[in-house]
Design a protein around this ligand. Sequence first.
Ligand SMILES: [Zn+2]
Length: 429
Amino acid sequence: MEQSEQRLFRLLEKGTSAVMVVQEAVSQLEEAGFEELRFDRQWGLTEHGKYYVKHHDTTLFAFTIGGHVGFQDAVRIGAAHTDFPCLRIKPNPDVSTEGYRQLNVEIYGAPILNTWLDRPLSISGRVAVQGTDVMHPKMHYLSVERPLLVIPNLAIHMNREVNKGVELNKQTDMLPILGLVGEEGKEDKVLLDFLSKELQVEKEDILDFELWIYCLEKPQYVGMQEELIFSPRLDNLTSVHALLEGLIHSSRGMGLNVIALFDHEEIGSRTKQGAGSVLLLNLLEKIYRSLGKTDTQRMESLYDAFFLSVDVAHGLHPNQMGKMDITNKPVLGGGICIKEACSQSYATDCEAVAVVEQICRKGKIPYQKFVNRSDMAGGGTLGAIASGLVPVRTADIGVPILAMHSAVETMGRADRKALTDLLTAFFQA
Ligand SMILES: [Zn+2]
């Protein structure tokens, strides 16, 4: 397996929640010599420096500075999201049902619920523990890399109509089983017990948690020629991966290359660490100030910037051809998708598309175009939201996948390379 593909597989395995995606991205950036900054400190940036800064543990920016920032065509920005649809554990989650231990959960984003049934599941996220400073509790992070939970289907004998489709109730049908009530009796704080052992902290000191249930299946190849990749979280870790590869493995003599990995895209982006926050603007302001540039110089160079919003697209499903547009039918393996929508749910405009096409043509990178059928609303992504705040030329692109928002999705292996090549060329061109 090529090294870059290995790094994608590592990100898919390690990135089990937005917190863990950020941690794995940070480890790849640190290996490449990037230095950590903090929003609440002064920055002393230098030309040719490489930096990263986290926000709320789940959003991450990284950037490289060339010489002469402030000239025309200075700023290239690529953005993707760190979150994905899944289940989240509620406070006081323990439920004991006739000998089964279960957890109370809520649904994050819009997963295809039935794909979460009959799979090994586990827990990932962060836990706040009492410390001495009331304004700064101690944060602990965990990703339990062994199967802990399962949500079983109902046997067909108890619902003969199952193959006609089943509506799953988000409160009552999705509670995972955590095990069986054993000899020890009905201890009611099983999850807290587990966390206290796993994190080696006192149970009474655990104040709160953001814990996510994730699909434990590993990424793997599928197909006679292993031409497909089958994995949880392809939406949107394929894009996070390509942005990291592009930023780390390219350099420009001048200007600023930025990647923005935002949380909360799956719930609309309009949060303090989402693409709809002022974070990206704050970051750019702070970078320009630290480089001794005036506000006017910053504005001038920003208005000539280019923003690539990177998120997965829908590939043509061979069993559901009628769901696709009638003349634009991107397929897996056919190259990256440029996504367009006159509603601006994709932020792409004609000039920005032309820029992406020129980069692709120059680098012999295959590309296709995606638009929704006119009678389907389709999805949106962070491009339109972020570029409302940073009003620069913007294109929405990404690899085509099948089964978007399933617990396990499928993509073309060649498209991974196409996207990585495009991002590398984007940050270098
Ligand atoms: Zn996405």
